[in-house]
Every structure is written in C-alpha cells, then in structure tokens.
Design a protein around this ligand. Structure first.
Ligand code: PEP
Ligand code: MN
Length: 264
C-alpha cells in the first residue's frame, strides 16, 4: 500500500485541512516535552508568530533513563491542546502505549507520532492502523529503509493510509553529534513511496546551532516538511535543552526556508 506501485503521484496527508506532501513545506514546531501551561502558552505563541502551522509537544516521553522526567502524561495532552487550539494549531504528540490510544482520541490529538524506539512495535502500529488519524512514523535508530517501509505497511494494512515518514537521524560510528541525519534517505524513500517524508533536524544533530543547516539541507533534498524542537527558554527545558531553538531562532529559520522552498 505504501509503495509507489500502488498508486500514481504523491499522497497529500491533510491535517485539519493543512496539506502535508503538497507544494508547501510544513513546519511542525514546539518543545520536546510539555512542562507547564505557561511554557506551552509561550511556545504556542512563538510557533504561531514564526508562521508554523502545526505544534508538537511530548506528554509521554521515551527516556533512556527510567529516573529522567517521563512526561506529564494525560495532563500534558490537556496543556498542549489548551495552548494550541485557540491559535488554530493542530497538535502532534507521541503515543508510546496502545492503552493510551483511547485517551489520545478523547483529547482529539490531530497527529499521532510513533517514535524511533517504537518503529517496530508491531502491536502499536496495528492499533494506529485502525484509527482515522494521521500518523508520523519516525525512523528507528538503526532501521533500514525496507524495515521502515514495512513498519508503515503495518499501519496501512489496517486501513489508515494517512502516514508521514520522519527521518530523525540514525546511529553510526560517529559520536561527535547525537545522530547522523541521513539525507540520502529522503530521495531514496521518496522514490519508493508516494507518502510524504519529513525530517527532524533536532534529534539528528542534537545541538540547536546545527538545526538550521540540517533543516535547509533536508528541504533542498526534497523533504515535505520539518519537525523542529523549540522552547521559550531553552536553557530551562526539562528535556533536550541543547537542541531546542529559541522563538527568535525559529522565526529566523522560517525566513531562511522561504529562500529555498517554493512555499513555507
Ligand atoms: C521526539 O520527537 O520527542 C522524540 C523522542 O524523537 P525520536 O523518537 O526521534 O527520538
Ligand atoms: Mn526531544
């Protein structure tokens, strides 16, 4: 279903009327984690002011250490929705556990994110395949393109064809940065699938100063959009502080994107 053999042209996934995979590059921005209502309000205002049309924020966080902040859980979904909804920003947030799917639907999450660590959580993929919500499927830490395509096929097989691939960097021998952004994957994947492909430059580089270069490279290579971490006060972020853009940096990135892409 996800392969180009199954249909002509490109699929445009619509999120509350916003097209992903069409002419315009869509930028989804927001903090790594939902922290407080005040932080979310400031973040949503910055997302809107920069001209991004969708907002991200994690309420359930897949942390390496069980002692690290695990996300606010359900109250995080409420803070995210309360900040984004008045500004007409559809929300993107990560689902880690099938048992939370009902709650995601109750809180009217617009895009369900499947994180890198769950790319091959087949039971989770089957469940999101049964709902009528767009899904962002992040690439696993060391997943090949064919494994990634097959993971998307699990979702599509259930009837949900609204899938967006997200390249977020892969693990290699290099330790100088968090992950290696696989730019090669963008044209390679787009040759195989009619579905949109976006890029997360934040988790790829792991440093805020790298994000603009990686974002521009991704768009130049054909990415349909970006997923970018931004925090009103990066140095106070509870999670992934090093890679968060400031609101000003996000606005500057949006201006430079307008220079390389037809429409942002
Ligand atoms: C995230 O986007 O917050 C995240 C945890 O990303 P990844 O699954 O790519 O590590
Ligand atoms: Mn993060």
């Amino acid at each position: 279903i996800v392969s180009r053999e199954s249909r002509e042209g490109n699929t445009v996934v619509k999120v509350r009327g916003i097209p992903i995979g069409g002419e315009a590059i869509q930028v989804i921005a927001g903090p790594c984690s939902v922290e407080t209502p005040e932080q979310m309000d400031a973040a949503a205002e910055a997302v809107r002011a920069a001209g991004c049309r969708l907002m991200r924020g994690g309420a359930f966080k897949p942390r390496t250490s069980p002692y690290a902040f695990q996300g606010l859980g359900i109250s995080g979904l409420a803070y995210l929705q309360n900040a984004a909804r008045p500004r007409q920003l559809p929300i993107v947030t990560e689902l880690m556990d099938v048992r939370m799917l009902e709650v995601f639907l109750e809180y009217d999450v617009d895009v369900i994110q499947i994180g890198a660590r769950n790319m091959q959580n087949f039971d989770l993929l089957k469940e999101v395949g049964k709902v009528n919500k767009p899904v962002i499927l992040k690439r696993g830490l060391s997943a090949t393109l064919s494994e990634w395509l097959m993971a998307a096929e699990y979702i599509a097989a259930g009837g949900n064809h609204n899938i967006i691939f997200c390249e977020r960097g892969i693990r290699t021998f290099e330790t100088a940065y968090r992950n290696v952004l696989d730019i090669t994957a963008i044209p390679a994947l787009k040759r195989e699938t009619h579905l949109p492909v976006i890029v997360d430059p934040s988790h790829a580089g792991g440093k805020a100063w790298m994000v603009p270069s990686l974002a521009l490279a991704a768009v130049a290579a054909g990415a349909d959009g970006l997923l970018v971490e931004m925090h009103p006060k990066p140095c106070e972020a509870w999670c992934d502080a090093d890679q968060a853009l400031t609101p000003q940096e996000l606005s500057a990135l949006m201006s430079s994107l307008r220079g390389v892409a037809a429409a942002v």
